[in-house]
Design a protein around this ligand. Sequence first.
Ligand code: ADP
Ligand code: F6P
Length: 323
Amino acid sequence: MKRIGVLTSGGDGPGLNPCIRAATRMALGYGLEVMGIERGYAGLMNGEMISLDARSVGGIIGRGGTFLGTTRAPEFKTPQGQREALRCLNRHGIDGLVVIGGNGSLSGACALHQRGFPVVGVPATIDNDVVGTDIAIGVDTALNTILDAVDKIKDTASSHQRAFLIETMGRDSGYLALMGGIAGGAEMILIPEFETTLEEVAQGLLDAYVRGKAHCIVVVAEGYKPGTQAVADYLCARQEELGFGVRVTVLGHVQRGGSPMAFDRLLATRLGAAAVRELHEGNHGHIVGLIGNEIVLTPLEDVLTRRKELDLSLCELSKIMEK
Ligand code: ADP
Ligand code: F6P
């Protein structure tokens, strides 16, 4: 192996830059050349790439986003798109690839692997829904952003005796809402993995009011059905009876930005370096993840055929803490 490529793909999140930096510097340490592929699989199909040296990745360890850019590139799901990507990789003499991203991006990595190209995946998504790692790059910083918002909203909620629905991202996963809700001391957490009816939510508000709470913080995962707005409409219609005025804050993409915190910088550095080490040693077709405090390899096929489950004991803990 002489030259590797590195790309970031799918939804961005804090920690992608330190991961690119680590992969690049590890590869340079092995005497490999490194090409940074811009705009994820879109750039891979179009041959958009730049040569990276140690200086090109200087000064980025604390920067949010990804300096290589990222995209969602539906064409890459087609056999034609994947053939174009392989042609580009061959044309540029790249003989190994590090793909940094979430489940979609890792599906793309798996497609290249199944076509015989050496790939190692690095799990990076604020959703924390990738099998094969306890925590993906970006999750910890996103959680801290959520906590900052919850703490601030609690101040204004208490002043006005209001209930706030705070919507977190996470796609189909309730991880961010559950962890953000527990750490933020929420009165209620609504996640797709746990059925909670609108009547139960209303009852939760009533109970909090009767217990003398000055606020009621409800953290809602974006994947919770029937959705944050439906909950808000239901509660607003019963506002008088429930005691709290109701407001909604959708945290949105603020959760994906910002300087990666210490945990994400360290995780990104460890996983980025490990991905290159594995490529260099000829172990490809895997992701590198953190399980316990160990770096563990999991085959891409396993990552993509299993669903990451939420720790149910944490759901129970959240119910006890909601009092
Ligand atoms: P994430 O990696 O954050 O989960 P997406 O689901 O948007 O983000 O996927 C990112 C990109 O990965 C897609 O735009 C597409 O280029 C590629 N991708 C997703 N699913 C597949 C698939 N089944 N096969 C090949 N490529 C895929
Ligand atoms: O996968 C990361 C994520 O932020 C999800 O939590 C969210 O559902 C989605 O991406 C939003 O995507 P977009 O950036 O395309 O709006």
